[in-house]
Design a protein around this ligand. Structure first.
Ligand code: PMP
Length: 400
């Protein structure tokens, strides 16, 4: 695999790159490498493969659509795209009636900032410490991690980062210059931190009071990951702009920017204000429709809620001097360790579990929502073998 940046010595390095693993095939929550070794997938392509790998429904929808039409300019009506837009408008929180389709989470955030500027006539953005919103220059400006940002400075002016779950910090930062506040309801890359209800309600009220828009970045939390179709539903929240991507396309690149009344009724979002050649292409739309069918028919958000609560409870029972905290919502789980997580990811990989870091010392589990309880039990057992000395002795398999 070739990369343009050598990530060898960074903690983000490599779910895949640092380890000698070449994944060639997947089915549901399992992956196989080129030597036929099996892994339980707790990465899901960074939260993309919520419906699991190797879904024949998505493959069939792609094949059928490829025979009909693959590309159609966004200014022209297309039946599959129209169906997806209608479906998204029905599924997302009320009022998000105007939707722009794009190709990734970063693009969704980038577009959200542009729409927020247009709608408010302001340019400031308030984001949170530890936030991750993408890597293009606008989105990167809202991403917090200095290590991602510093090589590319100067970034967008007028972006401030404030403490997460802290309304006083937000109150100080949101001014008449603030176009939007952007927030992840569960911070993913930044360590799996869950927003409190008071914080979210307070932030929404502050935004309304000060004429700023609330952008909710559900790129990672969307489509059942946290145990509801959207994390907003845990908070009874109606965002002004909702950013979606990852799981939406079932593995095919697809993102969406959903605009609420405070944006659409500004009268400033004119046709052609934003655009994308590939955004909303019929092929990706067909994959997204098949994905939404699966999420619904298999009730995957409810499954994520149930399995997530089960896994969190079991992980919280582990009596390990290495574990500082276990947190999460649905099947978005973080285990904060008292030390660097990278060696543990490598040991998990050796034992047939692929997992993710979230910051330097958080072990993150983002399995496909179709993972079986037995597979989840196996993952928890292996984590226990690595982190709980007694568990390793008990099973006789611990050699770490
Ligand atoms: N926002 C959030 C919350 C994310 O987790 C990510 C990806 N990890 C992004 C934006 C960027 O998405 P993408 O990688 O599809 O550009």
């Amino acid at each position: 695999m070739s990369t343009i940046i050598d990530l060898e010595n960074t903690y983000t390095s490599g779910v895949y790159s640092k380890r000698p693993v070449a994944i060639v095939r997947g089915s549901a929550a399992l992956l196989w490498d080129d030597e036929g070794r099996e892994y339980i997938d707790c990465v899901a392509g960074h939260g993309v493969a919520s419906i699991g790998h190797g879904r024949s429904e998505v493959a069939a929808a792609l094949a059928a659509q490829a025979q009909r039409i693959i590309t159609c300019p966004e200014i022209v009506y297309n039946d599959v795209r129209a169906r997806l837009l209608e479906r998204l408008a029905q599924l997302t929180p009320e009022g998000l009636s105007r939707i722009f389709l794009c190709n990734s989470g970063t693009e969704a955030v980038e577009g959200a900032f542009k729409f927020a500027r247009l709608a408010t006539g302001r340019t400031g953005i308030v984001a949170a410490l530890r936030s991750f919103h993408g890597r293009s220059l606008g989105a990167l400006s809202a991403t917090w991690e200095p290590h991602y940002r510093e090589p590319f400075a100067p970034l967008l002016p007028g972006v401030t980062h404030v403490r997460y779950n802290n309304l006083d910090a937000a109150r100080e930062a949101i001014t008449e210059q603030t176009a939007a506040v952007i927030i992840e309801l569960v911070q993913g890359e930044g360590g799996v931190h869950v927003a409190t209800e008071e914080y979210v309600a307070g932030l929404a009220a502050l935004c309304r009071e000060r004429g700023a828009l609330l952008i909710v970045d559900e790129v990672q939390t969307g489509f059942g990951r946290t145990g509801k179709l959207f994390a907003c539903q845990h908070y009874n929240l109606q965002p002004d702009i909702l950013c979606l991507a990852k799981a939406l396309g079932g593995g095919v690149p697809m993102g969406a920017i959903c605009l609420g009344p405070r944006v659409t009724e500004s009268g400033r979002i004119t046709r052609g204000a934003h655009g994308s050649t590939f955004g909303g292409n019929p092929l990706a739309c067909a994959a997204a429709l098949a994905t939404l069918d699966i999420l619904e028919h298999e009730a995957l958000p409810a499954r994520s809620a149930e399995l997530g609560a089960y896994a969190l409870a079991r992980l919280r029972e582990l009596n390990s001097p290495l574990i500082r905290e276990v947190r999460g919502l649905g099947l978005m789980i973080g285990i904060e360790l008292g030390r660097r997580v990278q060696p543990y990811l490598e040991k998990l990989c050796e034992r047939g579990v692929l997992a993710l870091p979230a910051g330097p010392n958080v072990l993150r589990l983002l399995p496909p929502l179709v993972i079986s309880r037995e597979q989840l039990d196996r993952v928890i057992e292996i984590i226990a073998e690595l982190l709980v000395p007694a568990a390793a002795n008990g099973t006789g398999s611990g050699n770490s």
